[in-house]
Design a protein around this ligand. Sequence first.
Ligand code: BGC
Ligand code: BGC
Length: 440
Amino acid sequence: MVGGVGLLTGFPDGFEVGVSTAAYQIEGAIAEDGRGPSVWDTFSHTPGRIKNGDTGDVACDHYHRWPEDVALMADLGVDAYRFSIAWPRVQPTGSGALNRPGLDFYDRLVDALLERGIAALPTLFHWDLPQALEDQGGWLSRSTAERFAEYAGHVADRLGDRVHRWITLNEPVVHMADGYAFGGGAPGQALMFGALPVAHHQLLGHGLAVRALRERGATQVMITNNCSPVQPASDDEADVAAATLYDNFHNRLFNDPILLGAYPEFLESLLGDVIRDGDLAIISTPVDALGINYYNPMRIAASDSDLPFEQRPIEGVPTTAFGWPVVPDGLRDLLVGLRETYGSALPPIYITENGCSTDDGIGDSFRVDYLGGHLGALRQAIEAGVDVRGYYIWSLMDNFEWAEGYHQRFGLVHVDFETLERTPRDSYRWLQTALQERKS
Ligand code: BGC
Ligand code: BGC
């Protein structure tokens, strides 16, 4: 394996390279120091929900081993670390009293990052809703949006003297779809189109949190959306219409209200009186940047099943261990397409997740090719005039991959889930070389 020579040339000055993780996927220590249960604890302990019966009880044990993980990032040489804060650690029932030891944990983590010259980019919600709030309706309930903004304010009260950049929510589309529409993720509801209020309430929570964070001096607030360029499976009129519909649910439902202050018309009528006067003004409170997670394009055909659209395989490209198609150009097309759609309403972009699962092993040339290809496509998007400021790899280390448990491995660092030993993979060394070269 040759190091990542030249990998980062041609990116603008100050372009940020980072790694991403999420609390429930790495922390473990689910009942320690006053943490309350989250929907993911409940879900993962429900028989049959997670492959192999895995849970996040221990995960990477990052809650205890964080100094080692910070050292791994410092040796890697990344500019920034995107992690998430577990709401049930900070506020065990999702409202009312704060849990000081939970906040202390993130306080120490932030200090350690800053000491090593690594910028901290916390996400306030990466799907681990306090179970007590789920019991009151979760994101189907409007009050969860208000609770979220209060929680965001509490975290900023504690960390805001050192952290000035925040991500409100991670991938509200995936949380709505997996958690409330199809049920493959926590809280495991399968309401189909009945899940739509979850989109609106998350967006409202986002907007209220933007305001709460700004009042506390935040200088850069963003949301992270999972975006996919959508292609019809054929030229057939029905497939083209299905692809447009899918694009609306996956991408526009979450980008339009934030960037344009309006839902696509048919979605607004589907939401009906879930939307109250003034909500869209809150949701479209200007963000400083847009976070985008990109994994693959979607190829969509018409369907007469329960849903009017269905996903079709993309032929003729490699697939990850998960079976996801590897299409680096999709990242360029997505970014160029966003600029065409939103024009001057599109803020600067950070790719807050991109990466792949590979089969177990330290020699991960597949990942090296995957990341190299996507960085190349990103460079092309920047050359085409899209303002992209950073690229964060999913993930620093192997972790609890939601309903897939531990067997899908996304890490630059391999984790042995028996011993919890961390071992840098070839992709880690490759990126390290590129980051060193850039500094020299
Ligand atoms: C999709 C990815 C998406 C993921 C979310 C997959 O089915 O192909 O684009 O990020 O689900 O978990
Ligand atoms: C999520 C991550 C997840 C990754 C791979 C994204 O949808 O934000 O939590 O591990 O995709 O599935």
